[in-house]
Design a protein around this ligand. Sequence first.
Ligand code: ADE
Ligand code: ZN
Length: 346
Amino acid sequence: MIDFDRIPRERLMALLRSAPKAELHIHIEGSLEPELIFDLARRNGVALPYASVEALRAAYAFTDLQSFLDIYYAGASVLLKEDDFHAMAMAYFARAAADGVVHAELFFDPQTHTDRGVPMAAVVQGLARACADARTQHGIDASLILCFLRHLTEAAAFDTLEAALPFRQHFIGVGLDSSERGHPPEKFARVFAKARALGLHLVAHAGEEGPPAYIESALDVLKVERIDHGVRCVESPALVQRLAAQRMPLTVCPLSNVKLCVVPTMADHRLPELLSAGLCATVNSDDPAYFGGYLGDNFVATFTALPQLGAREAHTLMRNSFEASFSPPEAKAAWIAQLDQAFAAG
Ligand code: ADE
Ligand code: ZN
């Protein structure tokens, strides 16, 4: 039995960074730091509409999801070669390892690259090689989830899935991201059905900027196994009850929600309410290079602004991250035992 009440706040803050955890919502293109963007731009001869690293960073003042996506896609334009994708992911894994991440499921957006003429092989093979290297260099177990861009058509999503099938062994599932409002899950019903028939795991962004109805259609129409973000579920008590009863995981991204003005300040974040309602909520970094921090920073910022969250909630969030992962039961049990040990030693 872990005596959570005996863990001092200072020890808790250290555990938030050091304890073993899984990251289930990270867009690998969102881990591209300005320094690496400029480095790759120079090497690849790509012109950027920003004069310097500082000027680019200064542009990271977002008012909503779209204002972020415009800069995020511009940043990703420097990625051309397999080695670029590998370098980007290795930089993320080094940061993740320092934050106690032992398992990571990485989103990637192939259309952002293939639409610029980058071969699917360069994207997937660069990232897959990084996942293999993450194990040997950092002891991180990593896998890939291919995301469809929802502002594009379902036909384009079908083409993307088709183009990725020669690399089927390198990704475990499909997701849905980009501009949410006006692009409901229903738009991708058939391509998700095809992915399901192929045995792929299914996730979708829903209820970040979009209404609770998008969460419901992600569940009912797309048949997803996790909801990415999902924080707007709090607007529908019946939906909160349903998510809790189904133990449907939500991959919540607190710093992202503040930076994209989904919530006014971190102190207003509804994460404590989601946990009290019994939801399987997890903490994640979304696009850490753009939102002011990686996974450890997300935990620390959240627990600092919301003092009602204590050691018990930290343990629950980290345990949820393992439970909600697409890992085999034995791996989940082993990580949860490590997590218990870290807290018991506290
Ligand atoms: N792509 C990268 N980050 C995203 C987010 N927070 N929401 C939707 N699409 C994204
Ligand atoms: Zn996201």
